[in-house]
Design a protein around this ligand. Structure first.
Ligand code: BTN
Length: 339
């Protein structure tokens, strides 16, 4: 597949493409000989040569010099799973990464693979989505080759009531990745929007399957508008929605961003599983732009109401102080700052 026009590429931990790309990235200015690579990767020189040939077909470019070997000089602007995984340091996430050139929804694919028994930590990426799912039944605009559409399959041993905590966790991971990869400052808007300069650049849709008292799977669905241009948004979204490119004026390296996001998620999830939710909640609050501000809350079930956002509780519900002083726990809905 060149530049991402094929159907599906998978990469698993320990596969040769990951190891090859990791070796080239670690020695970015050096030539690596076929012999060095074959010794380091415990494969034959013919295998090294064939894999480099396949990577070239996928859009990677190498300089070769007769007695010195190969040097990686260019990578495609495509979320090649081995390139995302190369040099990535994660414990639980990314053991398997699947990239689809086009799909309905990465969340739907991850859920199906989860049902079929895929292991915790599997990541599904797509270059474009035809039926990208947003919250509250909305669609998520997902043009080709410019953004990140990512779903991560988890199998945490937690009760269903704790699953919303993982939405907070993914919002913190997105905020960290934006800080790591750009000069922009993200703000989290409850429950799961990430804004830059007041405009939405990322959204989260986590979907769970459960047995009676235990979660079976959680799919963390993360959409980040990286390099999307104004005219790629539907007209009605052009103002509130934006991309990191539009806000910062600089292209974002999609592979680097994805790796950074998965590393943040992995570290936070590991912390979460060892009882670290209170710290994650604190960090979420530190990124949150609505605490102690007057907001208007709307959802489909209850009339619109105004109050002051006082914080979030243990399960991630918004604590809204109403005009009479009472505190309401808001479990779902949309929040707007009152101006
Ligand atoms: C929102 O409405 O803010 C949530 C948007 C979530 C979009 C992401 S893109 C990757 C994953 N696959 C989907 O179909 N939706 C999520």
């Amino acid at each position: 597949m060149k530049g991402g026009t094929g159907q599906r590429i998978e990469s698993h931990s320990g596969d040769i493409d990951r190891l090859l790309l990791a070796a080239f990235l670690a020695h970015s200015s050096d030539f690596l000989s076929g012999e060095e690579l074959s010794t380091a990767l415990h494969v034959s020189r013919t295998t090294v040569w064939k894999r480099i040939g396949l990577l070239k077909e996928h859009g990677f470019t190498f300089e070769s010099a007769p007695s010195r070997g190969y040097r990686l000089v260019g990578s495609p602007d495509f979320l090649h799973p081995a390139a995302v995984a190369a040099g990535m340091s994660t414990r639980r996430l990314g053991g398997a990464i699947v990239t689809l050139a086009e799909t309905g929804s990465t969340n739907a694919v991850a859920a199906r693979l989860g049902e079929e028994g895929a292991a915790e930590g599997m990541v599904v990426l797509a270059e474009s989505q035809l039926k990208g799912k947003g919250r509250l039944g909305r669609t998520w605009t997902s043009p080709h080759g410019v953004n990140l559409y990512c779903s991560v399959l988890l199998r945490p041993r937690i009760p269903p009531s704790s699953a919303p905590q993982l939405t907070l966790l993914s919002a913190v991971a997105v905020a960290r990745a934006i800080i790591n990869c750009t000069r922009l400052t993200p703000v989290i808007k409850w429950p799961n929007d990430i804004l830059v300069n007041g405009n939405k650049v990322a959204g989260l849709l986590n979907e769970m399957t459960a047995e009676t008292d235990r979660v079976a799977t959680v799919v963390l669905g993360i959409g980040v508008n990286l390099n999307m241009l104004r005219d790629q948004f539907p007209e009605e979204l052009r103002h509130p929605a934006s991309s990191l490119l539009l806000e910062g004026g600089a292209q974002v390296d999609r592979v680097h961003f994805t790796r950074s996001l998965l590393e943040s998620l992995d570290g936070l999830y590991d912390r979460y599983l060892s009882g670290g939710y209170p710290e994650i909640r604190e960090e979420w609050i530190s990124w949150c732009g609505i605490i102690d501000r007057r907001v208007r809350v709307s959802d489909s079930a209850t009339p619109e109401r105004e109050g002051v956002a006082r914080g979030i509780d243990e399960s991630g519900a918004l604590l809204l102080q109403l005009n009479d002083g009472a505190i309401e726990r808001v479990l779902a809905g949309d929040v707007q700052l009152c101006t």
